[in-house]
Design a protein around this ligand. Structure first.
Ligand SMILES: Nc1ncnc2c1ncn2[C@@H]1O[C@H](COP(=O)(O)OP(=O)(O)OP(=O)(O)O)[C@@H](O)[C@H]1O
Length: 596
């Protein structure tokens, strides 16, 4: 056993006590090839399968279509990769590059694409004739074309780029395609790739014609038997639609081990006895929209913070976390790329001295390594941040939802959602970056007093949070000489006031930071107005005091909101205020009256 294997092997032992994660069987007992089982152990350090792997692998090996629903961080990636490799390595005539693509894995983001590719590379170490590859936005098309021409046996792709190659790369051979996998299926659809997916399924000849009719089966142009798989920790109506479109008589795989009730919208096409048997054995109850699975060991908390105090409270919490446990990783979520950039620059440059012992000596407020990741970054920078945060032992990552899905950063201890996620599904995936595979983890959701109904929305999906003792944390910071009294109100807490003042002075002294802050403010307002459906009732821009929002970007004054959509929103807000008799003063009161 190599050094790598030994260190990774500990991973299983450490978690082995957690019966909620691991199964009490071996990989080989699931029917996987012995060489592959050795790869799982030697290259990845996996001694035994997780529960979802134990349920999914035999079903996927059997060739059935499947819909896999299991909590974040429970090992879904290997659950679908291992059976594919098992089959491909076992073909009597070794597959060749010239045979083209046999399996296609669709993922919503570039980082997830790279992550799945890395795992695949490790698993294929002994099976050098099976070639892994990826195609994704941000990469050079010409290079991808030539790799496709040479042949990629298992291809990981983001939908847009795949469609591009399906239409424009004639050398892309997929007549032997046997597997199509949608990893994070619901997210692919949420990102607006629905039409692309339909086109992809059409081009691959894997879409049910007039889905919904009992008579229809998946259309397959080639003679190869297709097997399609959909996976996510959150299944919803959108996935139902994709399932209807692409799955034939699928097996539902979950973790509660109960007998499956067939999903009403997916028509069973055959009901042979053996299928019924396998369903009894493997399937579980179909999760409803209200049923999201969050790791049970995850500690989930929320914090009620008035808008104007958000920034100093955020900085204080981060400082507290890293002082409490210097060697740890934290992911901090924002709603926009501009907000990530602003807070990243702020955290990198902001210096502060308040401690009596360091008075006069300014120090960087937060001494930890900080990274950022969002969709507006150059591909190379994205890749560097992603890899660096993966390998660091202690660091902070500031990100948009581009990191929320599927990414497996080892040893993340805490997730902070500074901007609320919107849909409960996104909440579940964001917090899912910690507490993976039975490890401990905590999450913290920032809510303004006017947003507190969001907790009820989460409750509807079986997610409940307790309140975080924020005042206790603030009280733990030493105060300057002239401040002796602590406050019961967060917004008038001397530490918060002192930090806010310092932040505003810092932004004012640096024109480029001021510019960042203004841009971030505008994007934040735009994102806030974009909440959809039910959530519009909770996240209403007209309920907010924009001067306080500006304060949360350390701006003393509210920047003008240029652009038509802002003006429209502003007019709406003013009409609302007039109708409800809001004066400036009363509006301040409306924000501050709900104190923690
Ligand atoms: N059998 C196993 N033994 C030990 N570790 C495992 C095993 N299977 C998976 N893991 C590890 O568990 C972690 C989570 O796996 P993976 O990323 O596949 O989870 P997931 O269910 O796809 O999560 P998400 O829903 O967030 O995408 C990874 O670090 C992976 O290496």
């Amino acid at each position: 056993m190599g050094a790598k294997k030994q260190s990774q092997g500990v991973k299983n032992k450490g978690n082995g006590a957690n019966n909620d994660v691991f199964a009490s069987c071996s990989f080989s007992s699931l029917g996987l090839d012995s060489n592959l089982c050795e790869q799982l152990r030697d290259r990845l350090g996996f001694e035994v399968p997780t529960l979802v792997q134990a349920q999914a692998i035999p079903v996927i090996l059997s060739g059935r279509h499947a819909l896999v629903n299991a909590a974040t961080g429970t090992g879904k990636t290997v659950a679908y990769l291992a059976p594919i490799i098992h089959h491909l390595q076992g073909y009597e005539n070794r597959i060749q590059r010239s045979d083209g693509t046999f399996a296609l894995v669709l993922v919503p983001t570039r980082e997830l694409c790279l992550q799945v590719y890395e795992i695949l590379q490790k698993l294929l170490h002994r099976f050098h004739w099976i070639v892994p590859g990826y195609i994704m936005g941000g990469e050079k098309r010409s290079k991808e074309k030539s790799r496709l021409r040479k042949g990629i046996s298992i291809l990981i792709a983001t939908p847009g780029r795949l469609l591009d190659h399906l239409k424009n790369t004639t050398a892309f051979l997929y007549s032997n395609l046997r597997w199509i996998i949608f990893d994070e299926a619901d997210r692919i659809l949420e990102l607006g790739f629905g039409k692309d997916i339909e086109e992809i399924l059409d081009l691959l000849g894997s879409r049910k014609k007039g889905h919904g009719d009992q008579e229809n089966t998946v259309l397959t142009h080639s003679k190869i038997q297709r097997q399609n798989l959909l996976l996510s920790a959150t299944l919803n109506e959108k996935v139902n639609h994709l399932a209807k479109m692409s799955l034939d008589n699928p097996v539902m795989i979950g973790l509660d081990g109960k007998k499956m009730e067939p999903i009403s919208t997916i028509k069973r096409l055959d009901s042979s006895e053996s299928d019924e048997d396998s369903e009894d054995k493997y399937s579980s109850k179909v999760p409803t929209v209200g049923d999201y699975k969050v790791p049970i060991q995850l500690i989930q908390r929320y914090m009620k913070v008035p808008c104007g105090s958000r920034l100093p409270v955020l900085l204080s919490i981060l400082k507290h976390l890293f002082e409490r446990e210097p060697s740890q990783k934290v992911v901090l979520f924002f709603s926009t790329c501009d907000a990530v950039d602003f807070h990243y620059s702020l955290l990198s440059e902001f210096q502060f001295s308040s401690y009596p012992q360091t008075e006069g000596v300014r120090q960087v407020f937060l001494g930890c390594k900080t990274f950022r990741l969002h969709g507006n970054m150059q591909q190379e920078d994205r890749r560097t941040s992603f890899q660096a945060f993966k390998t660091e032992k202690s660091a902070l990552l500031l990100s948009t939802d581009v990191s929320a899905r599927g990414l497996d950063f080892p040893k993340v201890r805490c997730i902070i959602q500074y901007d609320s996620p919107g849909e409960a599904t996104e909440y579940v995936h964001r917090v899912g970056r910690t507490a993976r595979l039975g490890e401990r983890g905590e999450s913290l959701l920032f809510l303004q007093p006017v947003e507190i109904d969001y907790l009820q929305d989460l409750e509807k999906h079986g997610v409940s949070l307790t309140e975080y003792p924020v005042l206790k944390v603030l009280d733990s910071f030493p105060l300057q000489k002239n401040h002796t009294k602590k406050s019961v109100f967060l917004e008038s807490h001397p530490w918060v006031l002192c930090l806010q003042k310092a932040l505003e002075a810092f932004i004012m002294s640096k024109p480029e930071m001021d510019e960042h802050a203004r841009k971030a403010f505008c994007s934040w307002v735009r994102a806030y107005t974009a909440h959809r459906g039910e959530l519009k009732r909770i996240f209403m821009i007209k309920k907010l005091h924009l001067g306080h929002v500006a304060k949360s970007f350390a701006l003393k004054q509210q920047p003008s909101l240029v652009g038509q959509s802002f003006q429209k929103q502003n007019k709406k807000r003013k009409r609302f205020e007039k109708k409800n008799g809001f004066t400036k003063k009363r509006k301040v009161a409306s924000v501050t009256e709900c104190r923690p």
